[in-house]
Design a protein around this ligand. Structure first.
Ligand SMILES: O=C(O)CCC(=O)C(=O)O
Ligand SMILES: [Fe+2]
Length: 357
């Protein structure tokens, strides 16, 4: 069909200009963008600034800032250093080596492996579980090895010592300038010899399309519970991609919940042509570190990972912190009203500010 193709190429031209615009202006306080997005947030009609999964692909300018201001128009101070802020501004993330000590993370590691062993030993030979409204975990395809487990922080108090650690929340609040809650928490096991990885995507693209997250006032952290190295399939990122939005062409299928977490992503996978241009421009980086290191990452940075071919597990905890003001609504591009609570927090009693002092 010629219409989508033409539309797609016009969008690409428009977006190239947008990309140049965002790149050439060194956005620090981002007050203009903040003003635009404050207007967007207060509008009674929810505007879709980030079209995706509507048959065409395209690059769009980011209308949201990545450093937010509080209600009084002030950017908070906090523990993040100027060098880290500069890195976040340019790349969309920074890694804090040894944020947690081994003593702090060990109880979490023990609790997670206990849970993993219990599930794996309960599985029958012909079972190949994936996410359903009732099942919040999936195994690596065709194996009994746990791949991902969502929503554990509501069952496992040990996890909250880390996920709701005051120091983490202070970092997140310095960037988002608001009270935050956990929109999603996930353990990725990425087991030795087995973990198959995740195709390129932006987490925001998922939350926007599937949960109705309107704005990019959210961050994810990757808390390394083992060493993260390239041979173990460390997360890879395209630095700088927090500054643009890549809309994907594949419409969200009804069975997305079960397939996207178990197998490599399809709907939500970044368009390969656009991805190639971005990778040529910005390169690809591995996020590496020792156990206890934490990545602080803008919610829109393109990332993925590959198979863990090493003989060692790569165990990561991935909380998504969303601003209380960035209320999720009707999904922007999905054939459902809402996803289960374990994968996308929506119930009022779970949307309470995490203390930070
Ligand atoms: O575990 C990783 O390296 C990345 C996983 C990921 O991107 C996700 O679960 O959204
Ligand atoms: Fe992701």
């Amino acid at each position: 069909m010629s219409y989508p193709r033409l539309f797609g190429s016009v969008q690409r031209v428009l977006s190239r200009t947008a990309l140049q615009n965002t790149r050439s202006s060194t956005i620090k306080g981002t007050s203009l963008l903040a003003a635009v997005s404050r207007r967007a947030l207060s509008a009674s009609v929810v505007t879709d600034h980030y079209p995706t999964r509507k048959s065409v692909s395209g690059l769009y300018p980011r209308v949201d800032p990545w450093f937010w201001e509080d209600k009084n128009g002030v950017r908070p101070t906090g523990p993040i250093t100027d060098a880290q802020l500069k890195e976040y501004d340019e790349k969309g993330y920074f890694v804090m080596p040894n944020f947690f000590s081994q003593e702090e993370i060990q109880p979490v590691i023990d609790a997670i492996y206990k849970h993993k062993n219990a599930i794996e030993s309960s599985l029958k030979d012909d079972e190949d579980p994936t996410l359903t409204p009732e099942i919040s975990y999936s195994t690596e395809p065709g194996t009994k090895r746990l791949r991902s487990q969502f929503g554990l922080h509501r069952q496992m108090p040990e996890l909250n010592d880390i996920l709701k650690h005051k120091r983490i929340i202070q970092y997140v609040r310095q960037i988002l300038a608001d009270d935050v809650y956990i929109h999603q928490d996930l353990v990725n096991f990425h087991t030795a010899f087995t973990g198959i990885g995740h195709n390129w995507h932006s987490d925001f693209e998922f939350f926007h399309a599937e949960d109705g997250m309107p704005n990019m006032r959210a961050m994810f952290c990757s808390i390394m519970l083992t060493k993260n190295t390239p041979d173990r399939g460390a997360t890879m990122v395209i630095p700088g991609t927090h500054k643009i939005f890549v809309g994907n062409p594949t419409e969200t299928p009804k069975n997305q919940l079960g397939t996207s977490s178990k197998y490599k992503i399809e709907a939500g996978e970044t368009d390969q042509k656009l991805f190639t241009d971005l990778a040529n421009k910005y390169g690809i980086e591995y996020l590496v570190g020792d156990a206890g290191s934490v990545v602080f990452c803008d919610i829109n940075v393109l990332h993925g990972n590959h198979t863990n071919m090493s003989p060692w597990d790569r165990l990561n905890l991935l909380p998504v912190y969303n601003s209380i003001s960035n209320k999720v609504g009707k999904p922007f591009s999905a054939p459902w009203e809402r996803r289960p609570e374990y994968i996308a927090t929506r119930n009022k009693e779970n949307i309470t500010p995490i203390p930070y002092q």
